[in-house]
Design a protein around this ligand. Structure first.
Ligand code: NAP
Length: 247
């Protein structure tokens, strides 16, 4: 795969899917800015691992749901690196509950991180991209944003919102040579899905055509492709990666 850019910002990259993307992009010679919100130990250990393997990266703590914090972080990245070529809006949380029990806070928090967080990062990063007529953005949605899921109305709404956000931006930014796509994973083995018990996992696997959960590598491979020049005519797409859960 060929890459035209040099610097990538991945939100929520200290663990799980984001961490795997950081490893793979660093192996491609791209300098990765690893954003996280709380767990400095996890971010620092990933940084050490990537640097040990000869990759370039930095860790950066900021809360993507905070507009001013994100604005300052992005301007620091640009000041130091002179550019941001790739943005992966990956930071995401869940706060599952049935609608009758779901508090305003549970709904608001999930929308704030998953959807507004993507807006905050994109708003500030796209300014540089528009000026320099180059950029690639990938938003990490979920098949739940397409299918819905009982107990996840907040999460599904945030991911469905992210899909509309992706398509609108692809139309808005295409003429500036900026591509915007979304990836919609099914169930991937990370700390997020560790919360499922064995019975839930068994029943879930029964509904997946490939009869297994996905790996972080499965998703990172697709994101890597979308960021690369090999995907230079792909924009505004939502690509499911669910092992056939969503057919
Ligand atoms: N796992 C799945 O099955 C699955 C399926 C479909 C879609 N997805 C989506 O894929 C993305 C990654 O999921 P994952 O399973 O890898 O998640 P994860 O293992 O729970 O990791 C979440 C990451 O997001 C960071 N984060 C959380 N809140 C943040 C905030 N406000 N600001 C900045 N960073 C924040 C966390 O950092 P700290 O630890 O420091 O808080 C961590 O690095 C999410 O958008 C998720 O919705 C996951």
């Amino acid at each position: 795969m060929k890459f035209a850019g040099e610097i990538a910002l991945i939100s929520g990259a200290s663990r799980g899917i984001g961490a795997q993307m950081a490893r793979q992009l660093a192996q491609r010679g791209i300098k990765v800015i690893i954003n996280y919100s709380k767990n400095t130990d996890a971010a620092a250990s990933l940084q050490q691992e990537i640097r040990r393997e000869g990759g370039e990266c930095e860790i950066m703590q900021f809360n993507v749901s905070d507009f001013e914090e994100t604005k300052n972080a992005v301007s620091n990245i640009i000041e130091k690196n002179k550019r941001i070529d790739y943005l992966v809006n990956n930071a995401g949380i869940t706060a599952d509950n049935l609608i009758l029990k779901m508090g305003e806070d549970e709904f608001g928090r999930v929308i704030d991180v998953n959807l507004k967080g993507a807006f905050n990062c994109t708003k500030h990063v796209s300014k540089w991209m528009i000026k320099h007529k180059f950029g690639v953005i990938v938003n990490i949605a979920s098949v739940v944003g397409l299918m819905g899921n009982a107990g996840q109305s907040n999460y599904a709404a945030s991911k469905a919102g992210l899909i509309g956000f992706t398509k609108s931006l692809a139309k808005e930014l295409g003429s500036r040579n900026i591509r915007v796509n979304a990836v919609a994973p099914g169930f991937i083995e990370t700390e997020m899905t560790e919360k499922l018990n064995i019975i839930q996992k068994k029943s879930l696997i029964g509904s997946i055509a490939l009869k297994r959960l996905g790996t972080t590598k499965d998703v990172a491979n697709l994101v890597e492709f979308l960021l690369s020049e090999n995907a230079s005519y792909i924009t505004g797409e939502v690509i499911n990666i669910s092992g056939g859960l969503y057919i």
